[in-house]
Ligand binder design. Structure first.
Ligand code: DQA
Length: 207
């Protein structure tokens, strides 16, 4: 399960400063991420709150089932110590997303406390950032499922074939490596990747 979590004021997407955040709504974002992950057999639980504690409660509640988190903490990015602490207690990676390019805006937006606990950050790509974050989680989980399937079949094999495992479309790297040491080595080989036309919402264009 992928957690899609949005912080303060992101419920007003589409209405709030459209010149900065665009015209799409939070419902559009949640649908896009849900459809993208569904293409890989992954469920999405979406949550938004203007309250820091409610965000923490949601993350804690789902900490055992979460396989990846997509988080736009809004202004809490620049103030919260509790959110990164909470993310560190999860056993899955978080991708921090910002619709706007925070680094090209006011100086106080340049620092993210959340980034310290995130696997990576996507900023300034509009709502497409959520899509790329979803795609990253999906391909990483697919590669992991592919490795698990291959390991069950051929314990010593490094190169494996794509297959299906537990409802998650799979792909696998050609060489084994420890998790979390990079990204390229965990992605499926091009020939094993899910065809573009099968990627849900692959037709989304960056804003
Ligand atoms: C934001 C950037 C933050 O600085 C701001 O407070 C937001 C939205 C973004 O998505 O660009 O609320 O996280």
């Amino acid at each position: 399960m992928i957690l899609l979590v949005n912080g303060p004021n992101l419920n007003l997407l589409g209405e709030r400063e459209p010149e900065v955040y665009g015209h799409e709504t939070l419902a559009d974002v949640e649908r896009m991420v849900t459809e993208t992950c569904a293409g890989y057999g992954l469920e999405v639980k979406a949550f938004q709150s203007n309250w820091e504690g409610a965000l923490l409660d949601f993350l804690q509640l789902h900490r055992h089932e979460a396989q990846g988190v997509i988080l736009n903490p809004g202004a809490l990015t620049h103030t919260s110590r509790a959110l990164p602490d909470c993310l560190r207690s999860l056993r899955c990676p978080t991708i921090e997303v910002h619709i706007s390019n925070v680094h090209a805006r006011e100086a106080w937006r340049h620092q993210s406390f959340v980034a310290e606990a995130a696997q990576g950050q996507i900023v300034g790509l509009g709502i497409a950032g959520y899509y790329y974050a979803a795609l990253h989680h999906c391909t990483q989980l697919a590669a992991k499922a592919g490795r698990a399937a291959a390991g069950a079949e051929r314990p010593s094999a490094g190169a494996v074939e794509a297959g299906a495992q537990g409802g998650v479309a799979t792909g696998a790297p050609t060489s084994a490596s420890p998790e979390g040491t990079g990204t390229g080595d965990l992605l499926p080989e091009p020939s094993q990747q899910i065809p573009v036309e099968q990627m849900a919402r692959g037709d989304y264009e960056p804003l």
